[in-house]
Design a protein around this ligand. Structure first.
Ligand SMILES: [Fe+2]
Ligand SMILES: [Fe+2]
Length: 135
């Protein structure tokens, strides 16, 4: 069963590039959760690496858009991104060194982060960027 499902009602930001990237992140997180629960460490490692790359790219897309258009809450939003990336990069390093595992608690943590971040933090740039002509 999918860990997380994207719907426009729950997660739509009204910024198409963000919505597409969020859907890709959800898909990779579901794949990671499946790999973790099936005990496939090799698949877990490669999906973890891909998910982190895609998340880093996504954060850069949002940050570039916010900066280009003078979004007022940029610093706090970037800080939230940086904290998640630091946590994930630490786990990634330890996983590949054989010092830590990705567990169902890990994928649930990322799900909870997204379920909080997108509707509370990302939603705020939607109307602001729409006003600047970004859709
Ligand atoms: Fe986002
Ligand atoms: Fe964000």
């Amino acid at each position: 069963m999918a860990l997380i499902t994207w719907t426009a009602e729950e997660f739509g930001t009204n910024i198409s590039v963000a919505d597409e990237q969020h859907q890709n992140i959800f898909s990779l997180l579901n794949q990671l959760d499946d790999a973790v629960k099936s005990g496939d460490r090799s698949a877990t490692g490669s999906i973890l690496d891909e998910l982190i790359n895609v998340v880093v790219d996504h954060f850069k897309t949002e940050e570039d858009l916010m900066q280009q258009h003078g979004y007022p809450n940029f610093a706090a939003h970037k800080d939230a991104h940086d904290k998640l990336v630091a946590t994930c990069a630490d786990l990634q390093k330890k996983f590949h060194a054989g010092e830590a595992e990705v567990t169902p608690e890990t994928t649930q943590f990322v799900k909870d982060w997204l379920v909080n971040h997108i509707p509370k933090i990302d939603f705020d740039y939607g109307p602001f960027l729409n006003d600047k002509g970004v859709n």
